[in-house]
Design a protein around this ligand. Sequence first.
Ligand SMILES: [Zn+2]
Length: 229
Amino acid sequence: MPDFPVFLAHDHMQRAEDFQRDIDGGVSGKIVHLTVDSWIDAPTKEEYDHAYDSYEGFRDRGLGALTNLHAVASEPENNVRVAREFRDIETAAHMGQLAVIAGNEGGKILGYDPDLLEAWFGLGLRHVQLNWAMPNNLGASQDQENEPAQPGLTDFGRTTIDNMNEKGMIVDVSHSAPQTIIDALETTSKPILNSHSGGRSIADKPQNLFDDQIKAMAKNGGVIGVHFC
Ligand SMILES: [Zn+2]
């Protein structure tokens, strides 16, 4: 194990054997994205396409993934602790466990009612990345960047960020449209995360950040996880 903490800001691997590989590789903790705002492993292309523009099934799949995570963490031999507060991350380090923060890549699991966040919080969700590639109820995604009518962060998105700030949850703006990121930075009272984006000046790709966005993230005290796309 390295003598410094190593945290992954963005990962989807969530089986017991994946967590063991993390521990063996010296990872201290990570944010696990329970689901994505697209049904990645849909059984058929038709179901994948249908889910792309729909909210159907996302909450159930998110709940299923969170249930599995808690089941894995409940087996002591798996050495996994689901972090509900900062102290859990310290405890995990002391006990040689992997600290796992339950998160989601996209807001479809939150549905249409901002009060549902309370239930998700109670179940252990501590992170929400506002968007994936398609728009949702929280705000415009990267793919809408050049649409003049895109809303940026919606009222629902603003309420959700307020609620997340209040609960100490991690707001993640990776994959959001530039306007959504500007709005999120204006809305949040806490530092936010951009879990996986690169620099546009190096790689001109929608998910990547313009220099002024990187500076705005720094001013917020936030964190950017750099990917290599
Ligand atoms: Zn992603």
